[in-house]
Design a protein around this ligand. Structure first.
Ligand code: F6R
Length: 244
């Protein structure tokens, strides 16, 4: 539990930076699982700073993002492809072909094969070394809403009403928020070698309490992380205020 989001984010960025550097020393690549939304923004700022000021290179880094709205065009202001470019990829030396975000432009019938390939690509890359996560107020990780199973894989999902309401201001009203998304599954996330979930602000305090102290249940998919062998939950004080 950190004093504020700034210090918590710096700690997370430092974990990522150390991992990248230690792999570079061994001449190895590193596979990161990335999230969008407001939670990781300061982490990405710190990674950009490390690249620009300290010369940190991302040339050995591969990334797989958790999710994308469906349908979604990559140029849209709401696209997670655009989000990742604007908030990280365009400011570092990562190779564009090493970045992966689920494709919101597919035809419906193309989605299952895309999802199978996404899983395959993660496996071919050697699996995710470090997955970073935010948490939705429904208890979702990625867009794995309540009801998502522990073994679920990358797939098309229907977004929860609360998730769509939380997204509505950014879309100029709930009617503009897509009803669906493509997301890595809980099972995909659980296979990551290390996981760091972050949450900032007291709006997340009730769901953080359920996630950390509640019974493990599909109704709160984040609770599955209690069974992961190497998972850190990084909070600011307001997000931690309901923990006993
Ligand atoms: C984003 C994602 C979501 C968000 C969650 C929290 O790629 O997978 O699970 O992490 O909805 O969103 P913010 O950080 O905006 O509160």
């Amino acid at each position: 539990i950190y004093e504020d989001a700034n210090t918590g984010s710096k700690w997370i960025a430092q974990e990522i930076i150390s991992l990248i550097k230690s792999r570079q020393e061994k001449g190895q690549k590193v596979v990161l699982g990335l999230a969008t939304g407001s939670s990781p923004l300061k982490v990405y700022e710190e990674l950009i700073r490390a690249h620009k000021e300290d010369g940190l290179s991302f040339s050995n880094v591969l990334t797989f993002n958790l999710d994308e709205y469906y349908p979604m065009q990559p140029e849209s202001v709401h696209s997670y492809v655009r989000f990742m470019k604007e908030n990280l990829f365009d400011h570092i030396d990562i190779l564009p072909e090493n970045t992966h975000v689920p494709d919101g432009t597919l035809k419906m019938e193309e989605v299952p094969e895309f999802c199978r390939n996404y899983e395959l690509k993660i496996r071919e890359a050697g699996g995710i070394d470090l997955q970073i996560l935010g948490i939705g107020r429904t208890g979702h990780i990625g867009f794995n809403e309540p009801g998502s199973g522990i073994r679920s894989t990358t797939r098309m999902v229907t977004l929860d009403g609360l998730t769509r309401r939380d997204a509505a201001p950014g879309f100029g009203g709930i009617s503009h928020v897509p009803r669906r998304a493509i997301t890595m599954g809980v099972g995909t996330i659980m296979q990551a070698k290390k996981i760091i979930l972050m949450a900032w602000g007291n709006g997340k305090a009730p769901i953080i309490r359920e996630a950390v102290e509640g019974p493990i249940t599909e109704s709160v998919p984040t609770t599955f992380l209690q069974e992961h062998h190497n998972c850190d939950i990084i909070l600011d004080k307001p997000a931690a205020e309901k923990l006993s």
